[in-house]
Design a protein around this ligand. Structure first.
Ligand SMILES: [Mn+2]
Length: 405
């Protein structure tokens, strides 16, 4: 029923005679006969609840038709699950269900005299169909749909809390397991195993970065040895029912932060907490970033690492958060008419400030190769915010306690 509600809500925001056409993703080949695990297109899943390749939905206020692959005995023998045509209407609550092979034949009567909404960038249909549609004056539904996806409903919030909970437990397990001289991939395997054990997958390629690698923002090689006095930065989150979580923690490999590591870590933590505390409905969405950068700048000035007129971006060069949902960097605009939007209840954002000090002649070597990022998931509520990942340790003492238990 939720998908029906979403389709109707979208249609209510489009032209009265709108007919929306949206397709699933296609499978991606990895090598030879092997494909990557299939991941449905987020927009398609949001509107249909169907997780199959080679599927397409056409809906208007009067009709909802789904095209999908018919059941196939041979494919079934090889283990391929298909919903099939016969059950589709009942399960997906559509008026009609047809084989995807009939798409070209059926499409003209389904879009007749209506305003067609179709996003060529979102949809993977073959060129025959694309050309057929391009003969019509097309409009885009994506901007409207993506504003809808920005505000999460109850089901989405509870699914995202589930994903967050699995990630929290995996991070806790990592904190209790990490020891000097382990390899980064051994730490990654804690997440691989725990996510699989809980019927979840990685929402994105995890970053497990020890020592100098902690200063590389999207380091994913995860193949180096962890040295005793180093930090390890772990950015890893589970995906549950297509919904992402996204958590980063930075830990001392030996379970004890050094005094310089503590100095940098505490600045990032203060920045993160200050940023989170700004979040409530009506506040501009760039406020957390402003507060985080101010806190970090002042902290680095106090340590003598930065001068008042220096550019902070050499140490903090990314934004403080992003929308989170079906996509890790979720859809939804950050600005409207050139101005930052305001927070609204139901939005979910990450808050993830960091400081990255690479080897640099100008900086005291005691600070070299310290990369710290702390990332939590924040839900905007009517009265303020809730941190979905608040039960995961991030204070220095709490992390050291857990790592040495
Ligand atoms: Mn993130």
């Amino acid at each position: 029923m939720i998908h029906q509600k979403r389709r109707l809500s979208l249609l209510n925001q489009l032209d009265n005679n709108a007919v929306v056409i949206i397709s699933s993703n296609s499978e991606q080949n990895r090598s030879g006969d092997v494909n990557y695990p299939f991941r449905v297109h987020s927009d398609f899943y949001y509107l249909t609840g169907l997780q199959e390749p080679k599927a397409l939905a056409i809906f208007s206020k009067n009709n909802y038709t789904i095209f999908l692959r018919p059941k196939d005995k041979t494919c079934e023998i090889w283990g391929e699950q298909r919903l099939g045509i016969d059950d589709a209407s009942n399960i997906l609550k559509s008026d009609n269900a047809f084989s995807i092979d009939l798409l070209k034949e059926k499409i003209p009567q389904l879009i007749l005299n209506n305003q067609v909404y179709f996003d060529t960038t979102n949809c993977q249909v073959d060129n025959n169909i694309k050309n057929l549609l391009l003969n019509h004056k097309l409009k885009s539904f994506a901007p409207t749909l993506h504003e809808m996806r920005l505000i999460k409903d109850k089901l989405e919030i509870s699914t995202m809390q589930k994903a967050a909970n699995i990630s929290i437990k995996a991070h806790q397990l990592a904190m209790q397991t990490i020891k000097p001289y382990m390899f980064e991939f051994e730490v990654q395997s804690i997440f691989d195993g725990f996510f699989t054990k809980n019927n979840a997958q990685h929402a994105y390629t995890p970053i497990v970065a020890g020592g100098m690698n902690s200063c590389l923002l999207h380091y994913i090689e995860n193949n180096k040895k962890l040295n005793k006095g180093d930090l390890i930065l772990i950015d890893a989150g589970a995906e549950v029912d297509c919904y992402a979580s996204d958590i980063t923690r930075t830990l001392p490999v030996n379970g004890q932060f050094s005094s310089t590591q503590k100095q940098i870590y505490q600045i990032v933590l203060n920045a993160q907490i200050n940023a989170i505390n700004t979040i409530k409905p009506g506040i501009k969405i760039n406020k957390p970033h402003k507060v985080a950068t101010n806190t970090i700048k002042q902290g680095l000035i106090d340590l003598g690492i930065l001068q008042i007129n220096d550019d902070l971006s050499q140490f903090y060069m990314h934004s403080t958060g992003h929308w989170l949902g079906l996509d890790v960097h979720d859809v939804g605009q950050y600005k409207k008419n050139g101005h930052h939007k305001k927070f609204v209840a139901g939005m979910i954002t990450t808050i993830e400030p960091g400081i990255y000090i690479r080897k640099n002649d100008k900086i005291n070597p005691i600070y070299h190769n310290i990369g710290v990022r702390i990332e939590d998931i924040v839900l905007v509520t009517t009265s303020g915010n809730t941190v979905l990942t608040k039960s995961l340790a991030k204070e220095i003492n709490d992390i050291e306690l857990l790592m040495n238990r």
